[in-house]
Design a protein around this ligand. Structure first.
Ligand code: NAD
Length: 464
């Protein structure tokens, strides 16, 4: 696609306030593929004003009409899915097959789910002698990361629009082209001017201006815990609503009764997908001591299929590549043992990292505690179920996880004791309507489905 050299504000592409630009780089070959404007506080202010102006009419639009607008948006995302997939591959580096199925496919499901929810949701309820109105919170500032560049945008914009809110989006620096494509889709779907606005730019400049803007009612942020903490503090000081979707260090717990081969192979696929750049990836595999050696052999065989440049793409940029290689070196320095991969880059060009599996990892090592955000799996040994639970819950994060057992009830009993926002039982399928979000430092608030919609609503009770 051709990059826009302006911002999408008030239903049209307008010149940016300042002259600065951001270069967009293809991480597979390190070539600059486009430039987009680097927005300033002035651009953010114009976008927030447009969103504020559009808010009263959009909030008063009947939910069925808002639903029709979101359905039209979904239809444009379907019609342009090939272009979306190619754009994600060009700026994120994801293999085209993954871009087609996940990066272009999941947003269609999520937009569709909110078209249906907007039409069917009850924006009013009776509690005793009260009628409770569920009203939109107002102007939303959405700040998104690069790892699922369209999904993260749709997971915020679709429920916000369904609720009757208007939005200003500041997407990640590395993947602004997908965000521009999304703005085109909004336009093509015929949504009213100002309900969605896009400002590309740097996090500490445009992102910070958006999070701190006094006319933004809710900041919805997905990204690192470090930035999330800062945004939470800014929002708190202004008594502003905030939703934070942050990092993770999820445990894949394989109980002794489980189908070990299946659990290991699905576990490897989960971590290697999207080059390990998935906040909910199960980056710690927990295996009973009696099955440990067998699990290592299975993991080594499974990971061999993940060839960089074929099934595994590069990391998003040089900094992430360096960071992940640094973690692999740290793992070795702290005494973990390589089963596959290592810190050497597999190719000279492109930000690739070798799919890496570590054995002899203890729960307190850096690689078992910190989010690596690359194709790196740690396999940990547990003594018994209590030990497995201690390890699974022994990080500051609580975003996702998995449990495998012969009996579903046995797996569920373990899952109930995990401090985490979602658990896949025996490889359970993704559900676009299930709430997604974290316990502990993985975040505040939930996305997707009706729980995600309620983040954008506030209650007003009328007593009779
Ligand atoms: P990041 O926090 O650096 O950036 C995320 C977004 O915040 C970007 O748009 C960036 O420009 C913006 N930003 C950066 N500094 C800012 C500031 N001072 N004020 C306002 N905005 C600012 O994270 P990243 O490197 O883009 O993404 C990787 C991280 O995101 C990982 O830690 C990952 O776990 C997390 N993540 C979480 C989820 C989730 O749903 N929980 C999903 C995807 C990614």
């Amino acid at each position: 696609m051709k990059a826009h050299d302006g911002m999408y504000i008030g239903g049209q592409w307008r010149p940016a306030a300042g002259p600065d630009t951001i270069a967009v780089v293809n991480p597979a070959d390190e070539q600059v593929i486009a430039h987009v404007p680097a927005g300033t506080a002035e651009d953010v202010d114009a976008a927030v004003r447009a969103a504020r102006e559009a808010f009263p009419a959009w909030a008063a639009t009947p939910p069925a009409e808002r639903a029709a607008g979101i359905a039209a948006l979904r239809d444009v995302l379907v019609a342009r899915k090939d272009e979306i997939a190619e754009t994600v591959t060009a700026e994120l580096g994801a293999p085209l097959a993954l871009s087609r199925t996940v990066h272009a496919g999941v947003p269609v499901l999520v937009a569709g789910s909110y078209a249906e929810l907007a039409a069917s949701y009850s924006f009013e309820e009776r509690i005793g002698n009260s009628t409770v109105l569920l009203e939109p919170v107002g102007v939303v500032g959405a700040i998104t990361p690069w790892n699922y560049p369209l999904h993260q945008v749709v997971a915020k914009v679709a429920p916000a629009l369904a609720a009757g809110c208007t939005v200003v989006l500041k997407p990640a620096e590395d993947t602004p082209l997908t965000a521009q494509l999304f703005a085109e889709a909004i336009h093509e779907a015929g949504l009213p001017a100002g309900v969605f606005n896009l400002v590309t730019g740097l996090g500490p400049v445009a992102g910070q201006a958006l999070a701190a803007h006094e006319d933004v009612d809710l900041v919805s942020f997905t990204g690192s815990t470090a930035v999330g903490r800062q945004i939470g503090a800014t929002a708190g000081a202004a008594v502003k609503r905030v939703a934070l979707e942050l990092g993770g260090k999820s445990a894949n717990v394989i109980l002794p009764s489980a189908d070990l081969a299946k659990a290991v192979s699905v576990g490897i696929a989960n971590v290697m997908s999207n080059s390990g750049q998935t906040c909910s990836a199960w980056t710690r595999m927990l295996v009973h001591k009696n099955q440990y050696d067998e699990a290592l052999a299975l993991a080594a065989a499974a990971v061999a299929k993940y060839v960089p440049g074929e099934r595994v793409g590069p990391l998003v940029n040089a900094k992430q590549q360096q960071r992940v290689r640094g973690y692999i070196e740290k793992g070795l320095a702290e005494g973990a043992r390589l089963v596959a991969g290592g810190p050497e880059a597999p190719y000279e060009t492109g930000y690739y990292v070798s799919p890496t599996v570590f054995a002899d990892v203890t729960w307190d090592m850096t690689i078992a505690q910190e989010e690596i955000f690359g194709p790196v799996l740690s396999i940990l040994k547990y003594e018994d179920e209590e030990d497995a639970l201690r390890i699974a819950n022994g990080t500051v994060y609580g975003l996702a996880g998995a449990v495998w057992a012969a009996d579903e009830a046995e797996a569920v009993a373990f899952a109930r004791r995990m401090d985490t926002g979602q658990v896949d039982i025996n490889g359970g399928r993704f559900n676009p309507l299930a709430p997604f979000g974290g316990y502990k430092q993985s975040g505040v608030g939930r996305e997707l489905g009706p729980h995600g919609l309620s983040e954008y609503l506030q209650t007003k009770s009328l007593q009779f």
